[in-house]
Design a protein around this ligand. Structure first.
Ligand SMILES: [Zn+2]
Ligand SMILES: [Zn+2]
Length: 405
């Protein structure tokens, strides 16, 4: 009897112990989830209340917003790239304006289309690329140098999937034309939601910035990140420092292999904090030769140089084609027609030239002679060096973060 009682008692205490462990487990996981939801809400301080859930439930809002598009693959879910998958971005030289055509696995997206006067260039360029349908058009903001030439594309293609713009009304002839051509294709302008995702072939597009309420049209710019396997591209429209700050505060991963530099290289964009989040290997500046704005400015060029980004400019190189194989990107320029491999992984690990290192006297960084950033370094800052790594470090130089000398 006593034995039985003891057995029952011990079973009972085992059960209590088990229950306690289960409760502890549930409690601790509750606390964990409280922690993460806190994390999720802190970076979105820029959003008005209620927008936090948009970020968390982004899948739902995306499904809804993509319904119109006839695409088979649009809800931001991972798509396995086909065997012959390709990805390329054409930065079309439209002078002091912006235009880029993104093609992934046969799907197409036009991000801006230059000025009104660039319409025929856009028409011809897209025609030569065999474009007959545009899956997406993004007018980053209402300024003419971004949406003015989009009618050229709309004249060419037989159909359009979806057209994004941060505003649906803007008082200018260029905007009225743009809207008219979009409507002629049976579409309306869609204002994207920050956090919205969609697929372009096997590439994922994420809207990281769009502020329709911003006072300056530049700061309404749709800022988006395209990720193709291991490589990524950040398009910034004309977003200026205040918009950049909001984007940084929103907590998205902004790191990108290629950056379309904001506002044609004006020094009101490409703030230090923003650039530090991106750390691009390649920086593309879409800018007109001898433009009256003085773009790109020395300040922007030097901050990009300090970040060890290789700079390409449409005023110097014409149309630029950046191709990605998923790991490396290569740039083809139309004016000197040379292709260069431009990622750190493709750099030789040993110096091949006759100098051991190349120094940047301004940034106090040292590079292998083969490093991308050597080519874009200004001659005044550049110094060739024979000697050891330790000597350089003792002199206060730091190794480049790209070529890791
Ligand atoms: Zn612009
Ligand atoms: Zn602008």
């Amino acid at each position: 009897m006593t034995n039985n009682k003891m057995k029952i008692a011990s079973r009972f205490s085992k059960a209590v112990c088990f229950l306690l462990i289960v409760m502890l487990f549930i409690l601790s996981s509750c606390m964990l989830s409280i922690d993460t939801s806190d994390d999720a809400s802190t970076p979105s301080s820029i959003f008005e209340s209620g927008d936090v859930s948009l970020q968390i439930d982004s899948d739902e809002s995306v499904d809804e917003s993509i319904d119109e598009s006839s695409d088979d693959e649009s809800n931001g879910e991972a798509v396995i790239p086909p065997e012959d998958s390709t990805f390329e971005v054409h930065f079309i030289d439209v002078g002091q304006a912006d235009a880029a055509l993104v093609i992934c696995d046969g799907k197409t997206m036009l991000i801006d289309g230059g000025n009104k006067g660039d319409s025929s260039k856009i028409y011809t360029y897209l025609k030569n690329q065999g474009v007959t349908h545009l899956d997406y058009i993004v007018g980053t903001h209402a300024h003419e140098d971004h949406i003015g030439g989009i009618p050229g594309a709309l004249n060419l293609v037989s159909s359009v999937g979806k057209v994004y713009c941060p505003v649906t009304e803007f008082d200018s002839n260029a905007f009225a034309d743009f809207k008219k051509y979009v409507e002629a294709k049976g579409k309306t302008l869609t204002v994207p939601t920050v956090g919205e995702k969609f697929m372009l072939g096997s590439a994922e597009v994420l809207i990281v910035g769009c502020d329709p309420a911003a006072e300056d049209p530049n700061n309404t710019s749709i800022v988006l990140k395209i990720t193709y396997k291991e490589t990524s591209f950040l398009f910034t429209g004309d977003a200026e420092a205040s918009a950049e700050e909001k984007i940084v505060n929103s907590g998205y991963d902004l790191s990108a292999t290629v950056l379309k530099v904001g506002h044609h290289g004006a020094d009101t964009s490409t703030s230090y904090r923003f650039l530090r989040e991106i750390l691009p290997e390649i920086a593309i500046i879409s800018v007109g030769k001898d433009n009256s704005y003085g773009h790109p400015t020395e300040k922007t060029l030097s901050i990009l140089e300090d970040a060890d980004a290789k700079i390409y400019r449409t005023d110097l190189s014409g149309d630029l084609i950046v191709k990605s194989d998923g790991e490396n990107v290569s740039v083809t320029t139309s004016k000197n027609e040379q292709t260069e491999n431009d990622t750190s992984s493709s750099l030789p690990s040993e110096p091949t030239e006759k100098y051991d290192y190349v120094l940047n006297k301004n940034t106090k960084k040292f590079h292998y002679p083969s490093c991308n950033s050597v080519a874009s370094m200004s001659e005044a800052n550049r110094e060739f060096y024979n000697g050891t790594r330790d000597e350089l470090i003792a002199e206060g130089y730091k190794p480049c973060g790209n070529c890791h000398p």
